[in-house]
Design a protein around this ligand. Structure first.
Ligand SMILES: *[C@@H]1O[C@H](CO)[C@@H](O)[C@H](O)[C@H]1NC(C)=O
Ligand SMILES: *[C@@H]1O[C@H](CO)[C@@H](O)[C@H](O)[C@H]1NC(C)=O
Ligand SMILES: *[C@@H]1O[C@H](CO)[C@@H](O)[C@H](O)[C@H]1NC(C)=O
Ligand SMILES: *[C@@H]1O[C@H](CO)[C@@H](O)[C@H](O)[C@H]1NC(C)=O
Ligand SMILES: *[C@@H]1O[C@H](CO)[C@@H](O)[C@H](O)[C@H]1NC(C)=O
Ligand SMILES: *[C@@H]1O[C@H](CO)[C@@H](O)[C@H](O)[C@H]1NC(C)=O
Ligand SMILES: *[C@@H]1O[C@H](CO)[C@@H](O)[C@H](O)[C@H]1NC(C)=O
Ligand SMILES: *[C@@H]1O[C@H](CO)[C@@H](O)[C@H](O)[C@H]1NC(C)=O
Length: 438
């Protein structure tokens, strides 16, 4: 329990210090004008100002490191404190207070050159993973050119702030902007007293601290980010739109070296399972990404059983199953003659005429036998019958007798069941008595 309370206490202290101190480590070098114009008291105030700014940062070898350079005459650029000289607050504040005042001229360009030549070297304490800041403090127009030296310093990746003490006639806005490279990093303190009051150093030190921003992030295509904030320790959460999956890290955090811990992820469409065409059919596309519509078709002679299309849904499933292609029932609608029967033969069909009918299946007509005619000396009944199953009966005139089959039936194969009969004259009754009489 005691242990737990201790942790709570530590967290509260940490929160408190975040609110009142710059929360991230930087490499901070001050370039102090030590020329005649400051005068002894002004230079003491300038050192108080440096202390005021430094106090806003968490100091230490692994936290913010501070260096101080003074400049005045053509031969007087002096590194007073290197970035890796004094790490603790007491050492630094003492070291700053002990910096002597030079007097002399204002060769600001040479001061900037010195910073470039010495202060931001790795051997002199510059770190590669922290932001570098140079804060120039001056109260007089330079006696040499500053634009080239300042540009060179900025080209090293160092963010330059220019603090001008005095009026425009003492140090011009144009000069300060030339040094800082950006008006937003120029500060003017019209009175030396402003170096030591409460508010002015605070505005400047907060501006230095706020300059630690990671690059702006843009939302991934088909996705979004939780915040556009870019300040140190910001945690950005990435999301993808419905139907898209996130490839990469879900969050990125702005670190002390003003880079994000992770790149912006990509959002790629959800993929549904690969589809195979139905047997005896085809599909319109093999694309399987979210919202793809796949159409199905069946080969000729087959009919589609199921739905004709399917769509890849946001959950990675298809909304309809692949249909089947079943052989088309070619006998429907009935393609044959009314009096014929349709029969499937694989992918084709056949029409066969019903019993008693002949034809090609598309035109069936009744089986007909050849026309029968009455025999000589005889007759047939009924007349004109010749269709399948018709029965025709022959008779002979008186005096004639029928030889053959009396009734013929028209058979299925179009022939009569027998040959037609004939009528033969009956033999005369022998007149035996008469002949004897003769
Ligand atoms: C600052 O560092 C220098 C060189 O490392 C050392 O000589 C000096 O004593 C330090 N200053 C303080 C106040 O500790
Ligand atoms: C800076 O270094 C250059 C050579 O790299 C030298 O010419 C110049 O005098 C140096 N300036 C200062 C102020 O140290
Ligand atoms: C799928 O069918 C629809 C009509 O139903 C058509 O507009 C679309 O172009 C087809 N898609 C493909 C990939 O053939
Ligand atoms: C269509 O498919 C369903 C099941 O998938 C099946 O029950 C049905 O008999 C099929 N219909 C035809 C005409 O093949
Ligand atoms: C899918 O097919 C149905 C009919 O089966 C049709 O109404 C719908 O428009 C089709 N969808 C697409 C995207 O082609
Ligand atoms: C053929 O079929 C039609 C109707 O199905 C029927 O009226 C007709 O009598 C039939 N013809 C024969 C010769 O069977
Ligand atoms: C059907 O066959 C009969 C005799 O074979 C013929 O007279 C008739 O013209 C045919 N009808 C058609 C539509 O082919
Ligand atoms: C017709 O059918 C009958 C009885 O089945 C048979 O005896 C006769 O030989 C057949 N005729 C022909 C020409 O096929």
């Amino acid at each position: 329990m005691k242990f737990a309370l201790g942790i709570v206490g530590a967290l509260m202290v940490a929160n408190f210090s975040l609110a009142t101190m710059c929360p991230h480590p930087v490499d901070l070098v001050f370039l102090l004008d030590s020329s005649e114009s400051f005068r002894t008291s002004g230079f003491e105030e300038a050192k108080t100002f440096v202390q005021n700014v430094v106090n806003y940062f968490t100091l230490g070898e692994d936290d913010t490191r501070v260096g101080v350079v003074t400049y005045s005459n053509i031969d007087a650029q002096v590194t007073r404190i290197k970035l890796n000289d004094n790490y603790t607050r007491v050492e630094l504040l003492t070291g700053i207070r002990n910096i002597p005042y030079d007097r002399g001229h204002t060769f600001t360009g040479l001061g900037l050159d010195h910073v470039r030549n010495y202060s931001f070297l790795e051997e002199n304490g510059r770190r590669s993973n922290t932001l570098d800041f140079l804060i120039l403090l001056t109260d007089d127009e330079p006696e040499d050119s500053v634009s080239g030296p300042a540009q060179s310093v900025r080209d090293m990746g160092i963010t330059v702030f220019a603090v001008g003490v005095g009026e425009e006639s003492d140090i011009s806005q144009a000069t300060l902007e030339t040094i800082a490279g950006d008006p937003s990093r120029v500060f003017r303190l019209t009175d030396h007293d402003f170096l030591v009051d409460d508010s002015h150093p605070r505005i400047i030190r907060e501006a230095i601290c706020d300059a630690t921003q990671c690059p702006a992030l843009t939302a991934p295509d088909n996705g979004a980010l939780s915040t556009t904030a870019t300040s140190y320790q910001t945690v950005v959460t990435f999301t993808c739109n419905t139907g898209y999956v996130l490839n990469g890290a879900v969050t990125a955090t702005c670190t002390a070296d003003i880079t994000w811990t992770n790149p912006v992820p990509t959002c790629t469409p959800i993929q549904c399972p690969i589809l195979t065409a139905p047997a005896n059919g085809a599909l319109s596309t093999t694309v399987t990404s979210y919202q793809t519509v796949v159409n199905f078709t069946c080969n000729t002679g087959y009919v589609l059983n199921g739905t004709t299309n399917t769509t890849c849904q946001a959950d990675g499933t298809w909304d309809n199953p692949v249909p089947t292609c079943t052989p088309a029932n070619l006998c429907e609608p009935h393609p044959c003659d009314n009096n014929a029967t349709c029969r499937l033969l694989g992918s084709t069909f056949e029409c066969s005429c019903d019993v008693g009918l002949v034809g090609d299946g598309f035109n069936c007509s009744v089986v007909q036998c050849h026309v029968l005619t009455a025999p000589v000396n005889g007759a047939l009944s009924p007349t004109g019958r010749r269709q399948y199953q018709d029965v025709v009966t022959f008779t002979c005139n008186p005096g004639y007798s029928l030889v053959g089959t009396a009734s013929l039936t028209c058979l299925l194969n179009g022939t009569w069941s027998a040959s037609p009969p004939t009528c033969n004259r009956k033999a005369p009754i022998p007149l035996c008595g008469a002949l004897t009489a003769l």
